[in-house]
Design a protein around this ligand. Structure first.
Ligand code: G4P
Length: 530
């Protein structure tokens, strides 16, 4: 086993989380540039695909036969093999985005320095916290006027509830941006606006103690302000503690500008030093160590092919332990079958590459003839364990589904159930009644269009969606509670999910609070582990 321990230990698998437009794509491009994976930045994904409208999206899906949202990028840097999991934004935002985070060992949070913590970052952050994975913060766009640095840090601490530890500190921003001060080396890295896409900048590194050089580089005013800020910072900020970082309780913060390529490589180097090798994962047989155990993986995403001519599905798996070899037999635990995984591939932003081998930490996509479900475990034939399931995340948009042609009831039920099984939508029924009325919940509104499109094209069923005003859903943690006895606000609706779990729908967060107040002992959660 030791012959490939090194392969596993050099892997780093992380997700990048941010609000749209904070600079995630630009930062990723620069990472790839340093890794030599691409020659010129700008080729990760064209803006046309990143900013497409709904109708284009369908076309893109069809053309490529695979979701544009499913990208995993792998590149080499300094002996590390790095897997970046993209978490799509804009209208692509869906439950898959959350599930992708279940496959990462750490997260990089990109924040726009002039905007601070924004909605999508907040949502994705919650999932990272739930998993206790390390979170690294890159405050971007320092070449533009940014908010006050102390206020930015304060916002992260208050809004997200994580302590911050700046690794470097910006000297001004916008037109007055002079560079960053790196605390550990007590050096100033002067700002240089490299040409977009090139690697080398002409940053100079100056010791903070070399007063003359510092004054010359950043000016007397900036120097005076910086020394005040450093003093304040040293007194106020949390001490760097790698253990707390790895538990996800402290986030190292970096400042830079992805577009002008400032602070990106320094960030990557520090990040690689601080982040973790592939993490062990909990199963019903205890923790599974990535190096000590034979091959195992779990399915975190299923992507149905939008192309009618190829009705296949791709199941994305995160390898959790051992080595995967394309010729090996594996056991699909939930299906109780031993098999070979068909067409194992690495899914890149715009291509697929057939794989011969892969290691713990890697993500592979395999052809799925309709047997896999989200959360399934794949392992060596002699083993038999299941990884902890992937939670179901709270949808934020709800609609009642009306079937246009009631004669096609069977196809309708089949279609809705299959699409729900893939995890693209969640379906709920009225509490106490059957399937007569179906309520669909989605994380991103685009999934409504996907549902309509797929029911029409794959199941020949036309539907009408009537939007419902609910925005909050809560699972009831203490199931022994009698649902009939729960009294809520007048806008509250009681429903159940496919597995019969009781849930409550609310129009606003105030109603959630009211209901909790009115029902002593009621415990509500924003995700379900069942
Ligand atoms: P996203 O993936 O998080 O959605 O963001 P993306 O990288 O696409 O960046 C959003 C916009 O912000 C882009 O501008 C990009 O060039 C710009 N940007 C990213 N990083 C920086 C930075 O460090 N400084 C500055 N000033 N701008 C940055 P755009 O005009 O929307 O697109 P484009 O025409 O430049 O491609």
């Amino acid at each position: 086993m030791s012959d490939y321990a090194n392969e596993i230990n050099r892997r780093r698998t992380f997700a990048i989380i941010s609000h749209p437009d904070a600079g995630k794509t630009t930062l990723t491009e620069k990472f790839l540039l340093y890794g030599g994976a691409i020659n010129l930045a700008g080729s990760v994904k064209g803006k046309a695909t990143a900013r497409h409208a709904v109708s284009d999206w369908m076309e893109i899906e069809k053309e490529r036969g695979i979701s544009v949202t499913s990208s995993v990028l792998q590149f080499e840097y300094d002996d590390f093999c790095i897997n970046i999991l993209d978490t799509p934004g804009h209208q692509d935002f869906s439950e898959d985005t959350y599930r992708t985070l279940m496959a990462a060992d750490s997260a990089v949070m990109v924040i726009d320095g002039s905007k601070g913590v924004e909605a999508q970052t907040r949502k994705l952050f919650k999932v990272c916290v739930m998993r206790h994975i390390p979170i690294f913060t890159f405050i971007n766009k320092m070449d533009r006027d940014a908010n006050d640095t102390f206020e930015l840090l304060d916002e992260i601490e208050k809004e997200l509830g994580i302590a911050t530890c700046p690794v470097n500190w910006p000297i001004g921003s916008g037109k007055a941006f002079k560079g960053v001060y790196e605390r550990e080396s007590r050096s100033i890295f002067t700002y240089s606006d490299t040409q977009k896409g090139t690697k080398e900048g002409d940053t100079t590194v100056i010791s903070i103690d070399d007063e003359t050089a510092v004054k010359e580089a950043i000016g007397e005013d900036a120097r005076a302000l910086l020394s005040d800020e450093i003093e304040l910072l040293d007194g106020a900020s949390a001490e760097f503690d790698l253990e707390l970082v790895q538990k996800g309780e402290l986030t190292p913060v970096f400042f830079g500008s992805a577009l002008t390529n400032f602070g990106v490589e320094v960030f990557l180097q520090h990040f690689l030093k601080m982040t973790t090798t592939p993490l062990p994962r909990m199963s019903d047989k205890g923790l599974i160590d990535p190096v000590e155990n034979d091959f195992s993986a779990f399915v975190f995403k299923i992507q149905a092919n939008m192309n009618k001519a190829h009705r296949d599905r791709v199941a994305f798996m995160r390898i959790c332990s051992g080595k995967f070899d394309a010729s090996m037999e594996v056991k699909h635990v939930q299906g109780g079958k031993t098999m070979r995984l068909s067409q194992p591939q690495q899914i890149m932003a715009d291509s697929r590459k057939i794989l011969e081998e892969a290691y713990a930490g890697d993500i592979i996509g395999v052809f799925d003839p309709g047997i896999f479900s989200i959360g399934d475990t794949i392992c060596a034939p002699k083993e038999n364990f299941s990884y902890e399931g992937i939670p179901t995340f709270a949808p934020e948009h709800f609609a009642r589904v009306r079937q246009m042609d009631t004669m096609k009831r069977k196809q309708f039920i089949k279609g809705v159930n299959q699409i729900a099984q893939e995890g693209a939508i969640q379906i709920f029924q009225e509490y106490n009644t059957g399937m007569e009325e179906i309520i669909v919940g989605v994380v991103g509104v685009l999934q409504f269009d996907v549902l309509k499109y797929r029911l029409e094209n794959e199941y020949n069923v036309e539907i009408k969606l009537e939007p419902l005003p609910y925005e909050h859903i809560r699972w009831i943690e203490n199931k022994e509670i009698d649902l009939d006895k729960i009294t809520g606000t007048s806008d509250m609706k009681k429903v159940k999910d496919l597995k019969g779990n009781p849930l409550l729908l609310f129009v606003n967060s105030w109603s959630v609070g009211m209901t909790l107040d009115r029902n002593e002992g009621l415990v509500l959660t924003e995700f379900s582990r069942n």
